[in-house]
Write a protein that binds this ligand. Structure first.
Ligand SMILES: Nc1ncnc2c1ncn2[C@@H]1O[C@H](COP(=O)(O)OP(=O)(O)OP(=O)(O)O)[C@@H](O)[C@H]1O
Ligand SMILES: [Mg+2]
Length: 455
């Protein structure tokens, strides 16, 4: 056996390896030590079992991305053990290491769903390559699944940062900075279009999970069964008794954030299952006997009154208390009119860029009308209005700058002042301190005026 001393540069095998967890199953202590020495420093977690029984126990306790499996072992051979595990719910990749590579074993290994085959004796970089390849494939599968999911969920437009400098949004941003490093569940409430999903994405980006997936799930669009399958994954048996398996979103989101949108619409049976998951941080795919540990942060959103849903019996009280740990309420746009400017400017720039069409000038007349309107559809309505206007090449008449068309009446002094302050604010990108400097008034004055117009 060629047990060369590992002198390994981890970078050579890709960053994914450093985040992977591996279970080594081999009856020979020398081989376990050798594999431990090679994989230990390169992977996130490596554990060893010397027989099938211990390996089963370890799988019951932990999730492993990959099993490196010896075939010939005293009590039960590796492939038989793997077959058994596939039936009760183990679907990660397996790499078979064996000294006896006959055709029969190879065929059986393929049928059992072994991902790779490494012949003993092997060098350290052979096994590292095999593990790294598995990790890459898993990562690709997961990215592919999540991308497809996001495309169908029509979530593409909600990518932006949480914008706004109003007092309300500043307070929300402050809270988000405080809770970002915690694992605490967060419930976003507020009317439709107020930016609950944008806020949740921003919170995810501020957290240590930023480089892991943010997975939004709309609890209102699917049936109870479909939602359960989508979340928990599913194990089905083929005619010959083998298990086939689809991972759920809870599993695909591992390490990241699961955003359960329109949580009030979640069907009762799924509410019960979710409660268990949140309590125990483990999931059992539907049809599977084995539970898998989870590492997830939960965020929720609703525009419904959850307390009322609880009192009406359509939402479980115990689940409500679990998800309502930190509540972030997104205010109506009409309550923070000073944000209209920053949002309109950003949307105008982004939308014209993405459509390849010219921007429309946000003149003082237009801004005044935008800030006088009451925005029942909140930020989404503002965004849609700007998109429509860019496409049509003009604002709809009710928002058009009528200052060219004469009304005959001169503006009141207050209207002139307001228009001037809004224009300067627009030029400074909503920065009130800078606007105050340019206007030659104190910052307090600008704040006071904005607060008055917000009212
Ligand atoms: N503060 C904000 N900064 C930037 N964009 C925002 C902000 N708030 C909302 N938006 C934009 O408004 C639109 C609606 O936001 P979002 O989907 O987060 O609303 P929501 O509260 O989840 O609404 P619903 O309850 O209808 O799902 C999105 O296009 C988003 O880009
Ligand atoms: Mg939403």
């Amino acid at each position: 056996m060629n047990r060369d001393t590992p002198i390994i540069s981890v970078d050579e095998f890709g960053a994914g390896l450093a985040l992977s967890s591996v279970l080594i199953v081999d009856d020979e202590a020398g081989m376990r030590n050798f594999l431990m020495k090679i994989l230990g420093p390169c992977c996130l977690r490596v554990e060893c079992a010397s027989n099938a029984e211990d390996a089963t126990k370890l799988l019951d306790e932990n999730h492993f991305d990959i099993v490196v499996l010896d075939n010939i072992m005293p009590n039960q051979n590796g492939l038989d053990w793997l077959k058994e595990q596939r039936k009760i719910g183990f679907f990660a990749d397996a790499i078979l290491i064996t000294a006896f590579a006959d055709l029969e074993t190879a065929i059986e290994a393929l049928r059992t769903g072994v991902t790779d085959f490494v012949l003993k004796p092997f060098r350290s970089n052979q096994i590292l390559n095999a593990v790294a390849r598995c990790v890459d494939r898993q990562e690709l599968r997961r990215e592919n699944y999540l991308l497809k999911y996001e495309l169908t969920a029509e979530n593409l437009c909600v990518r932006g940062r949480l914008l706004g400098r109003s007092e309300e949004i500043s307070k929300i941003r402050e809270t988000m900075h405080k809770i970002a490093p915690l694992q605490t569940a967060v419930l976003f409430t507020g009317e439709s279009g107020t930016g609950k999903e944008v806020a949740a994405r921003s919170l995810h980006r501020l957290s240590s999970r930023a480089d892991k997936p943010f997975v939004p799930v709309n609890c209102a669009v699917t049936s109870s069964d479909m939602l359960a399958n989508e979340l928990f994954g599913q194990l089905t048996r083929t005619a010959d008794g083998r298990g086939t398996h689809e991972d759920g979103l809870l599993f695909h989101a591992r390490g990241g954030t699961l955003f359960l949108d329109e949580i009030a619409e979640m069907p009762m049976p799924v509410q019960g299952a979710l409660l268990r998951v949140i309590d125990e941080m483990r999931i059992r795919p539907i049809g599977s006997m084995r539970e898998v540990p989870l590492n997830l942060r939960f965020m929720f959103a609703t525009n419904a009154d959850l307390e009322q849903a609880v009192s009406e019996g359509s939402f479980r009280a115990d689940l409500y208390h679990r998800i309502n740990v930190v509540n972030i309420h997104m205010p109506l746009l009409i309550k923070r009119k000073s944000d209209i400017l920053a949002l309109a400017t950003m949307f105008m720039q982004k939308i014209s860029e993405s459509l390849g069409m010219p921007q429309l000038p946000l003149t003082e007349g237009v801004l005044l009308k935008l800030s006088n309107y009451d925005w029942p559809g909140n930020v989404r309505e503002l965004r849609n209005l700007i998109e429509r206007s860019v496409i049509l090449g003009e604002f709809p008449p009710e928002f058009n700058d009528a200052s060219h068309g004469e009304t005959g009446l001169p503006d009141s002094l207050e209207a002139v002042e307001r228009r001037h302050i809004l224009t300067v604010l627009a030029e400074c990108d909503g920065n009130r301190a800078e606007a105050a400097r340019r206007l030659g008034v104190s910052r307090k004055t600008v704040d006071r005026k904005c607060a008055m117009w917000d009212g």
